[in-house]
Design a protein around this ligand. Structure first.
Ligand code: GLN
Ligand code: ZN
Length: 766
């Protein structure tokens, strides 16, 4: 039997983001729901046919979603909170959009369900909400409809569902707490999945895939028995003719593989990109049951470089010494890569041949499968294999000797800033002369339509660089004057020159490439277009110095410089696969270090280095936190700022405050000040700061910038008091949660005025 090819999931937004455009058109009232439905059906058909043409055997269906597949799963299970039902929409899509985005209108006023990052990706899922009154039962036909839709096109698909374990582990109570999962809930949820499976048996499906990425996390007490209970029920229900594929990804499942193998799945999907060692060891140790196929995820679903066929073949050959039943697959859904390299001609054929986006990865799967089936002789003579190997012969890019030399010359001393922080704090207090509870912002001010329009005109050549720079200077003049007038203590220049906090830096660094259309879904209809790290990185020219220096020249107050940190730049780009993340981060750290030192030379006395993505890339397994990540990410940050004078104050910013567990590591970054999101009543992090004797001065956000609401003075005052109950006043900064770029001027200025007034009132009491 030839080896099967399987795709975990395919991007749904469309090659030209057709789905985004249709849905947003509907939201704006320019398109009908019927038009959105028909665009969606066209896209599904196109994606199935494409995969079928490329010879994929197990083509996913139900990987499509109008917004998010966790939300679809919640709807399937009838886990829709009453406040959304009460809006009484006629069309189910409208209810779905209300859950995802909130609704304010004649039918009522509800906020959206929260969103969280999907494991270590930059994709966000909707967090399902379940309470004791949720009546779990099979409540949607989406998965069956899409299966039948494909069959009408002559394509037998493999329906994909988020599995019950992952669903239950990620769902929350209305109080945002983890569920207490009792027998009743287990029975109800597994009952729904069992009946879904039965229905697919009736419909003639041959495979059904349950996605269980949560299995790649460390197990807590009760997790193993939960998995066993759920799947014993599901697999024990008659489903003759349908094979069940348990699909795992984003890491290894070595700690539970033996149990999973005993449950009787027809297929187990394992990630051999991110979980290679752990999964391979588990298979070698515990073997593979006769009736189980190992669906080997060898094609990376999270990066865009071509697969190394020799490497994949080596792995599959190793698996085949243990079992005859191996299929080849993507290591996770292709949702996380762009659609196709076609149309990216500006990059040149020599560059493009190194990349495989979703469409090209289908070809890779087919070619790998064919090579697996080929005889040794045929492999030796294969031009496909030969061409592929030429991509990895080391000739892709020449190393930059200057970068290599700088890295080699680094010593441990370069990773340490002197004198120690308490001494710096004393010196900085004298030098900067700031009041107690200094007020500041996170960097960006509203990127209004006017700002974006001006950038578009520059891009189209309608205005020249000088005119654009004049425009930006005008914006800086305004924002400085306004910050002065409301009495903020530390000012910013507003970041009007930036389209994006990563791309803007990439454009001023050697080693980066940019695509035209390589969009990836981030959440709902929002997509991002990460730049590509192509070769050794160094700073091409000063990046922000002229804007910060200009802003400082307009005021006698202190202006804070504003940079993106190396870990965040790497995490929000496509990293190289031929050198380690550690090395790439170090190169980036040196580049940003140059910028830090130039800012200091230009008279900037406070410099903020944002590391918004540091926390989100923490490995899934606790045992990997330090060895695989923090042990180099934290020193890389120190390398960025260790060269400044003791009196220059270094700030950092993180969007999420879920760092109670790594609070010591955050302190180890050795910044002088950190600001972070904490306005949504998250007091846990304040306790952690208190208990850890956190040394870094802290600016827990005092109001939520994700909402257009204007917080009152009272409310902010209360919030500051909560903070002061946990952190000494001489270590507290007062700032909003995050940057203000997505807000409007109408709410931004009154909110900041209230913030300054609240800080002053409390200051007067101290
Ligand atoms: N300095 C950035 C801003 O204010 C930080 C953005 C972020 O943390 N995501 O926009
Ligand atoms: Zn932020």
């Amino acid at each position: 039997m030839p080896v099967l090819t399987s795709v975990s999931g395919f991007p749904r937004i469309g090659r030209d983001r057709e789905l985004k455009k249709a849905i947003e058109g509907y939201w704006k009232g320019n398109l009908s729901l019927q038009e959105v439905r028909s665009t969606a059906a066209d896209l599904r058909a196109r994606h199935w046919k494409l995969q079928s043409r490329q010879g994929i055997d197990l083509i996913p269906s139900n990987d499509f979603s109008y917004y998010d597949q966790m939300l679809d799963t919640a709807i399937m299970l009838n886990a829709v909170p009453q406040r959304y039902r009460s809006l009484s929409f006629d069309d189910p899509e409208d209810t779905l959009f209300a859950i995802a985005r909130g609704y304010q209108g004649e039918r009522g006023d509800v906020t959206a369900l929260p969103m969280k990052k999907w494991f270590t990706t930059n994709y966000h899922y909707i967090v399902p909400e379940i309470d004791y009154s949720t009546d779990i039962h099979l409540a949607s036909t989406k998965q069956f409809d899409e299966f039948q839709e494909a069959r009408a096109l002559g394509i037998l698909t493999k329906p994909v569902l988020i599995g019950p374990y992952t669903f239950l582990k990620l769902a929350r109570t209305p109080q945002a707490e983890e569920l207490s999962i009792d027998r009743g809930l287990i029975n109800a949820v597994s009952g729904v999945y069992a009946s879904v499976l039965q229905r697919f048996a009736e419909l003639g499906a041959s495979w059904v895939q349950f996605d269980e990425p949560y299995l790649s996390l460390d197990k807590e007490k009760g997790d193993e028995s939960l998995v066993t209970a759920l799947y014993t029920t599901i697999l024990g229900t008659p489903h003759a003719g349908v094979k069940v594929l348990l699909n795992t990804y984003f890491g290894h499942v070595g700690d539970i593989y033996e149990k999973l193998a005993l449950l009787g799945f027809d297929g187990i999907g394992l990630d051999f990109v991110e979980g290679r060692e752990g999964n391979l060891t588990a298979i070698e140790r515990h073997g593979v049951p006769q009736t189980t196929t190992i669906v080997a995820g060898v094609v990376n679903g999270r990066n865009i470089w071509r697969n190394n066929y020799a490497d994949s073949l080596g792995l599959i050959d190793a698996l085949r010494t243990v079992t005859d039943h191996v299929a080849v697959s993507t290591a996770c859904s292709l949702l996380h890569v762009p659609y196709t390299t076609q149309g990216e001609d500006a990059l040149g054929e020599d560059v493009l041949r190194h990349f495989a986006f979703a469409q090209e990865k289908l070809v890779e799967l087919r070619q790998i499968a064919d090579l697996v089936d080929a005889s040794d002789d045929a492999r030796r003579g294969s031009s496909v294999l030969h061409d592929n190997q030429s991509l990895f012969d080391g000739s892709r890019v020449a190393a930059d000797p200057a970068v290599a030399r700088r890295l080699a010359d680094l010593t441990d001393d370069d990773l340490v800033r002197l004198p120690d922080r308490s001494e710096r704090q004393r010196l900085q207090r004298e030098e900067l002369g700031l009041p107690l509870l200094p007020t500041t912002t996170i960097g960006s001010f509203p990127q209004t339509r006017e700002v974006r329009a001006e950038r578009a005109r520059l891009r189209k050549g309608e205005i020249d660089q000088a005119a654009y720079d004049d425009f930006i200077r005008g914006k800086i003049d305004d924002v400085i004057a306004r910050q002065e007038s409301i009495g903020l203590d530390v000012l910013v220049h507003g970041e009007f020159e930036r389209n994006d906090m990563v791309e803007y830096f990439g454009q001023n660094l050697h080693g980066f490439l940019f695509t035209r259309n390589a969009w990836v879904q981030s959440y709902g209809t929002r997509c991002v277009k990460p730049p590509i790290v192509w070769s050794d990185v160094s700073r091409a020219r000063p990046i922000t110095v002229k804007w910060s220096a200009y802003a400082q020249s307009r005021t006698s107050s202190i202006v804070k410089g504003m940079l993106t940190g190396p870990v965040t730049i790497l995490n929000w780009s496509w990293p190289r696969e031929d050198v380690s993340h550690e090395l790439q981060t170090r190169q980036l750290a040196l580049a940003i270090r140059d910028e830090v030192l130039d800012l200091e030379k230009a008279g900037i006395r406070i410099i903020q280095i944002d590391e918004a993505a540091l926390r989100e890339k923490l490995p899934l397994r606790r045992s990997d936190w330090h060895t695989q990540y923090l042990d180099w990410a934290v020193p890389a940050f120190r390398l960025v700022h260790s060269g400044v004078k003791p009196t220059t104050q270094i700030h950092t910013h993180m969007c999420y405050s879920e760092f109670n567990d790594i609070i010591k590591d955050i302190d180890d970054m050795d910044a002088d000040v950190i600001s972070f999101e904490a306005s949504r009543g998250d007091l846990v992090v304040l306790d952690a700061i208190h208990d850890a004797h956190f040394e870094t001065e802290a600016g827990p956000g005092v109001y939520d910038i994700h909402s257009p609401r204007i917080p009152g003075v009272e409310e902010i005052t209360r919030r500051i008091r909560e903070i002061l109950a946990k952190i000494d006043a001489d270590k507290v900064w007062i700032n909003p949660d995050c940057g203000l770029k997505t807000r409007g001027d109408a709410e931004t200025w009154p909110s900041l005025e209230n913030m300054v007034e609240a800080a002053r009132a409390i200051r007067a009491e101290l």
